[in-house]
Design a protein around this ligand. Sequence first.
Ligand code: PLP
Length: 443
Amino acid sequence: MPDPHPDTHDIIQANRDHTLFSWSVQTQTNPIHMTGGKGSHFYDGDGNTWLDFSSQLININVGHQHPAVLEAIKAQVDTMCFAGPSFATDVRAQLGQKLREVTGLGKSFFTLGGSEANENAMKIARLYTGRDKIITRYRSYHGATMGSMTASGDPRRWPVEPGVPGIVRVFDPYCYRCPFGKTPDSCGRECVSHIEEIIQMEGPHTIAAIMVEGITGSNGLLVPPDDYYPKLRALCDRYGILLIDDEVMSGFGRTGTWLATQHYGIKPDIVTCAKGLTSGYMPLGAVVVSDAIAEYFETHFLAGGLTYSGHPVSLAAAVANLKVYEDEGLFEHTRDLGAYLGQRLEATKAKYACVGDVRYKGLFSVIELVRDKATKEPLAPFNGTSPEMGRLAAHLKSRHVYAYSRFNFLWVCPPLVVTREELDEGLAAYEEALALVDEMIGS
Ligand code: PLP
């Protein structure tokens, strides 16, 4: 248990007075003063220890303050803090090689985060295909830069609309609330076949890529049926459309594999990643392109660059972070503990009236909350909240369990180093909160 910080309230006030917090009305922000962390926990200025069931922004996969990643960052800082993007460096060679190995693709272009990765992926797809349009899904988030924000399907895109031209949106594989009113056993995968119809209407020759999250994260963790990706891949191949797999949130061990799409046995043309690439220890994103696309740029101009593309300290953090995944068997651990988590979540669905659905893959999981299991009325409206969702979040906060909730969704995404005991401890707090919600809805 850390000591309370003597100036914690002044520090919070100074943060609020002089800085802007993202995605917020500033007077409604209530930041926690974070002072440190270790493994699955972090500490606040009042001396509290929090169980991090959200891995911060679902990115700190190896947990807080992993010594191997810290060491690698320090060593790189001592050797060489910066090299411009046109220089060759040791760490650039190492990470490029590693990403080729784990994705099965060709070459990597480095960015500083996920939004920039998607921005560049869309640009590369346009340059390579000579086509303009990008198909994305409604329940998606691809970032907060102009292009990636427009590409996002969720309401976070609304403030920049009409945004960049050429984005066409389609429906999602959301089986619990199938947009076509079907059930997975008899739907014929209309979530794919309607995309084909849209491709026909838009003109196949105008569509550069379909960009999807490997497994949709912040829009309710939508785990697609097993044959979704093979069908989507076939559709892309039929029309010469690239498949861009945004693995920013679902990649790098979160689901127990390098990429979420590896569960489905397909290979995308472009993978974008960030978050779990460095576990957030340094800012880094990557666009990993197929051999065919890499080959194209052997003789064509790559029109894009960033001062910090290939930042050596970020790359060193990534190389060390990926080694931690392998050295500590964290993906096996994630798959094992994920199976246990899945059972626990199914049990909450059986026990609590407010749990409409649970979806999970590895340590990537969500509880979807409803007012009524039969009608599936959401516990909070789309893009809104409710007193019940507020109560649930307040309870978890009072227990110092840091959890991500949005609309009628509550995520369970602890760091991949979480132990079974820590998982049980956090889930116990979740169950208390679900019981409170059941009381509120009168069940
Ligand atoms: N893509 C996905 C799937 C994400 O979840 C996010 C962020 O949450 C992004 C892209 C944007 O990444 P960043 O915030 O690093 O720019």
